[in-house]
Design a protein. Structure first.
Length: 417
């Protein structure tokens, strides 16, 4: 297992890319909880707090493809650095707003979401440039999926520690500082600042016209629906078992299962095609989630959560590899941001539906919903075989010579997904 990951991290620039991107993306795991607690404290309303968090997530999903297109057009530094700085300003404004009407807090949360730097899509697009070996690239995508899980585990813990000693405002301000510092550190990495030649592509601005990208968005959204339902179902299971504190344990075990599955999946060589592996993993997700339907105790939920997590990172790894295989140079970042938008939309839908079915049908209902969504994702992925098995060729056109980038001076440790 270690050999393949060592090969990825020893590639020039890869270790620093992963480390700085992990730091820069930590606020993604912090801000949902931090904004929830801040708005709840300011308004006294959990409903307003929930709407603010939803506005943050949905505006992030809606604006990510626009930011991805700008990155592909103008480069990473000119787009991601201003996004990080402006998001920091929006978060500071959210804290400084004080006890204003809830709609204004929700608007500021939505603005902060719209400005989330697209570090994760930028990393996934960059891996395509840094790693020419498809097998190593898949291992890198698995590692990237594991890092994402690490962010979701670490972020809420950091918020919990910060609010113990300060307040939710302190957690939001810390998130702003980490976002700016981490993004600038990521962009100061030489391999990030030196973007590959940006070609004039006939598909730039029309990513959704690429058949494979369109075919992937449905399964990605459905998988997001499954994950959203499980995310609501596990705390509900803990409450049903009479142990509210165990909600954190079940969610943590779910993430641990994903990390374990991702590390194992990325360490192996596979003979089956990407699309076949993707469909198989989606079907496996149904089987791995099914034990949660019968779970009624914390021990049963712990084992079920661990099993349900095993396929998450491998599914993400295949999704990233399929997108990377499907698109032509010059549109990679936008394509990855569309995938992120589909996932976030699915998560939001799954969370809403999962909460609704608990009231109507009991604690097993969100897990039944999750299994159904994963099964539908596998069915909708059947047509992938006809649109992604043949690698996409770069359009035959004379590439436009990109002007040499002027080196960016780094001052005070900060350079300019």
């Amino acid at each position: 297992m270690v050999v393949r990951y060592r090969a990825v991290l020893s590639a020039p620039g890869c270790a620093r890319v992963f480390a700085t991107a992990l730091f820069g993306r930590l606020p993604q795991g912090m801000l949902s909880l931090a904004i929830l607690l801040l708005v709840r404290g300011r308004t006294g309303s959990y409903a307003a707090a929930g709407i603010a968090v939803g506005a943050y997530a949905l505006s992030s999903a809606a604006c990510a493809p626009i930011q991805g297109r700008l990155v592909d057009r103008f480069g990473r530094v000119p787009v991601l650095a201003p996004a990080a700085l402006l998001q920091g300003v929006a978060l500071v404004a959210l804290v400084a707003a004080g006890r204003v009407p809830a709609p204004l807090l929700i608007l500021l949360a939505a603005l902060a979401g719209a400005l989330v730097p697209s570090l994760a899509p930028a990393v996934r697009a960059l891996l395509r440039e840094l790693l020419t070996d498809p097998a190593l690239r898949e291992t890198a995508y698995s590692l990237e999926s594991v890092i994402q899980e690490l962010i979701w585990i670490t972020g809420p813990l950091v918020v919990a520690v910060v609010i113990t000693f300060t307040s939710p405002s302190g957690a939001v301000l810390l998130s702003a500082g980490i976002c700016i510092a981490g993004t600038l550190l990521f962009l100061s990495t030489p391999v990030v600042r030196h973007a590959g030649p940006r070609r004039t592509s006939a598909e730039r601005g029309r990513v959704l016209e690429i058949p494979a990208v369109r075919a992937l968005l449905g399964p990605i959204a459905l998988m997001g629906t499954s994950l959203g339902a499980i995310e609501v179902g596990l705390p509900s299971l803990a409450l049903h078992a009479g142990s509210r504190p165990s909600a954190g344990l079940l969610l943590a075990m779910w993430s641990v299962g994903s990390m374990a599955g991702g590390l194992w999946f990325g360490s192996r060589s596979w003979r089956a095609s990407l699309s076949t592996r993707y469909r198989t993993l989606l079907l496996a997700a149904v089987l791995c989630c099914a034990p949660l339907i019968a779970a009624r105790t914390i021990p049963e939920g712990t084992v079920g959560a661990l099993l349900a997590g095993l396929t998450i990172a491998p599914v993400f790894s295949c999704q990233y590899a399929l997108i990377g295989q499907a698109v032509t140079p010059g549109v990679e970042t936008e394509a990855f941001t569309w995938a992120a938008a589909a996932l976030i939309g699915g998560l939001a839908a799954g969370s809403a539906l999962g909460g609704a079915v608990i009231s109507a049908a009991g604690v097993s209902a969100p897990f039944i919903l999750a299994c159904a969504a994963s099964g539908l994702a596998a069915l909708s992925a059947v047509r992938l075989r006809t649109v992604v098995e043949t690698p996409v060729e770069t359009p035959v056109e004379a590439p436009v010579e990109a002007p040499a980038e002027v080196p960016v001076e780094v001052s005070g440790g900060c350079g300019v997904r």
